[in-house]
Design a protein around this ligand. Structure first.
Ligand code: NAD
Length: 425
């Protein structure tokens, strides 16, 4: 298996340009005027910091960190912090803009932001990661805030990093401030249901899409790329709806069974195998082949730019539900549209995560915590309502779901911008 076949190249398209192409199409359809266009396309705030960290060997290393507030019209900006060697400003800007549209499309009172640090978290000790995270928080203290900008985990970060941010920020402002970040450990004010939230939203979107196409979940098939938080939970919950999961994958490759995969067993295998599916008992195919399987539903839930101009014409799924952010490059959109594939776009399909993050923030501010059932019920309702709104817009303007999702959200942010009078931050 070649490296190209298994690990599809990351970042083949400038992610900000990719976002902008979709934005431009939607802006035209809703007749966004030039002034609003200029205000909404540009990030409102971009902060770049160089973070000195004393490493375990006593030497000081300097890490580049970013925080971009794309838009804070609807409320405080919301978005994760990514730790990866691939982090760069254009990517953070694109992800921040996606968060603006994502929050707006599901109708939660947040703007969009994103952060990142160029680092390799896997090669760092816990102490080094803690010092890095605390120093980043120190440098961002004027950016973050429960009413200003609320980080969350993203690739390479998790509940531990959020706990450090919450602690450092609370120390700096002199009061306990759990609502400054979401994705915290449950004991520290995290929300029940957050871990499953994104996958659950993917499942709700999948059900809704099948319903619109009049396809029964029973007998339908599904392939899921990526077996981390989003991929594995989407696969588990989609299987519970009666679909047959025929392929799953992670960075080690893809695993196929025409008879259907027992997803819970695969999760248990991954958990007992250092977090990877490497060596899993099923037939092995490549990640590229997984994307091209003849399935009812394809869920790309790994990373950006997996469905591109190069492979889009070979995609056979009837429905693509984008668990990952930006798994389809803008240049592939028209090919999928011409093939009549229904694409439930990332900003809608994976918005279950930010919806429950919002619920976490609400609970932190209430000081009252909901049951898992209440979280699920409310999140499912948000996702279903958002799906219906986007679907209605796609019918109204006769446009694909992706552009409809952008149209709905841009219209909302533009309306608020007009009411507020361009105050923004
Ligand atoms: P994760 O780190 O838990 O899992 C990523 C998975 O993708 C792993 O199984 C990894 O092995 C696999 N992978 C990485 N590169 C791959 C490749 N080239 N081919 C195949 N598999 C590959 O991450 P996650 O939290 O599940 O996030 C996945 C995607 O979903 C990202 O795009 C992320 O931005 C997006 N997302 C996550 C959330 C969330 O709540 N976690 C919410 C919204 C969007």
């Amino acid at each position: 298996m070649s490296q190209r076949d298994n690990v599809i190249k990351h970042g083949s398209e400038n992610p900000f340009e990719s976002m902008k192409q979709r934005f431009d199409q939607a802006a035209k359809i809703i007749g966004l005027d030039e002034s609003d266009y200029n205000v909404l396309i540009a990030p409102q705030k971009t902060v770049i910091v160089n973070i000195p960290v004393t490493m375990d060997d006593g030497k000081v290393k300097v890490f580049e960190g970013f925080r971009v507030v794309h838009n804070a019209n609807l409320g405080p900006s919301k978005g994760g912090i990514r730790y990866s060697m691939d982090v760069h400003l254009d990517e953070v800007k694109a992800l921040a803009a996606w968060m603006t549209w994502k929050c707006a499309v599901v109708g939660i009172p947040y703007g969009g932001g994103k952060g990142g640090i160029k680092c390799d978290p896997k090669s760092m000790s816990k102490g080094e990661l803690e010092r890095l995270t605390r120093s980043y928080t120190d440098m961002m203290v004027d950016v973050f805030g429960p009413d200003k900008d609320i980080p969350a985990p993203d690739m390479g970060t998790g509940p531990q990093e959020m706990a450090w941010i919450m602690d450092e920020y609370s120390k700096l402002v002199g009061r306990s401030s759990p609502a400054v970040v979401t994705g915290k450990p449950i004991v520290l004010g995290g929300s029940l249901g957050r871990v499953e939230a994104t996958g659950r939203g993917v499942m709700v979107s999948t059900r809704a899409a099948l319903g619109k196409l009049g396809i029964s979940p029973i007998g339908a098939t599904c392939a899921v790329q990526g077996f981390g938080n989003v991929g594995s939970i989407s696969a588990k919950l989609i299987a519970q709806q009666g679909l047959k999961i025929v392929a799953i994958s992670d960075v080690s490759g893809a695993y196929y069974s025409a008879e259907g995969i027992n997803v819970e067993e695969a999760i248990a295998y991954r958990d007992s195998n250092n977090g990877t599916l490497e060596g899993y008992k099923l037939g092995k195919i490549t990640n590229a082949e997984l994307l091209e399987l003849d399935v009812t539903v394809l869920v790309p839930a790994a990373m950006e730019d997996q469905i591109t101009e190069e492979n889009a014409s070979r995609i056979k799924a009837k429905i693509i539900v984008e668990g990952a952010n930006g798994p389809t490059s803008a240049s592939a959109d028209h090919i999928l549209n011409e093939k009549g594939i229904m694409v439930v776009p990332d900003i809608l399909a994976n918005a279950g995560g930010v919806t429950v993050s919002y619920f976490e923030w609400v609970q932190n501010r209430l000081g009252y915590y909901w049951t898992e059932e209440r979280v699920y019920r409310r999140a499912d309702r948000v996702m279903k309502t958002a799906f219906e709104g986007v679907y209605a817009a796609s019918l109204k303007y006769n446009i694909p779901m992706r552009i409809a999702a952008y149209a709905v959200s841009i219209a909302r942010v533009a309306e608020v911008e007009k009411l507020r009078g361009k105050f923004g931050l």
